[in-house]
Design a protein around this ligand. Sequence first.
Ligand code: ATP
Length: 270
Amino acid sequence: MGHKLSERLLVKKGDSVKLSEWDPEDDHGWSREEAESETEKNLERMSQLQEKLWASRTHALLTVLQAMDTAGKDSTIRRVMGHLNPQGCEVTGFKVPTEQEREHDFLWRVHKAVPGKGEIGIFNRSHYEDVLVVRVHNLAPEPVWRKRYDQIREFEQLLHQTGTSIRKFFLHISKEEQKQRLQDRLDDPAKHWKFRLGDLDERALWSGYEAAYQDAIAETTRDHAPWFIIPANRKWFRDLAVSQILVEALEEMDLRFPEPEEDLTQVIIE
Ligand code: ATP
């Protein structure tokens, strides 16, 4: 296979982004069986690397997950992060801002939630909501949300310069796949708790969200804070892609266990 999977899914600075050109079914030549076994290896590797990350306390990893409803943010977190040591790993979900949050700038609540050195932070939604839902629902005037691209770029630059690696994922499903998943929720009483009528209103705004995602991704993808568009109609491919990219991010840090504070070579335990 030609380029690495991560390179194929990467959006580079300067690329224009048209989601219609990204096939949410694409498996990039992987069979389900191969993908599942590779994902298992990735998860094992991730857990080893996390131990080094935790021990060395020199870097942090921030993972941003964004997607349309039902695209699988929650199950990606369960599947891909489920192998991690919960000590040293924190998931933060960003909901409609509280009154106190609204009294501050939009990055206030986000900055407080970024991972510290040694940690892996996972954002289930993120500061990107402030250029997505806010734009689609007109919650702020255009000049306000437009300035946020720049503010986000600066913020992520700061995180990068202070030891945080950032990987941003857009889980890309088709509108048809969303219909199927919503229908499944409707048909299965055990999934009714996940069904919100509001999801249908959001679905009606699909093309508005697409436009907002395209701009947000194109405006803010950088070498040090890249966006990846993950074909997510097939869950096994989604898990493969996300786990692979996170392993690569951790490997790039070139982590080392710290030297022991004292010379241990002569130590004898009676
Ligand atoms: P999820 O799909 O993320 O698991 P959900 O759809 O069940 O969650 P909640 O967890 O209740 O919904 O909250 C997320 C909601 O908060 C989304 O509708 C999202 O658009 C909204 N939200 C998040 N950040 C903001 C923001 N900055 N401004 C306005 N709305 C926001």
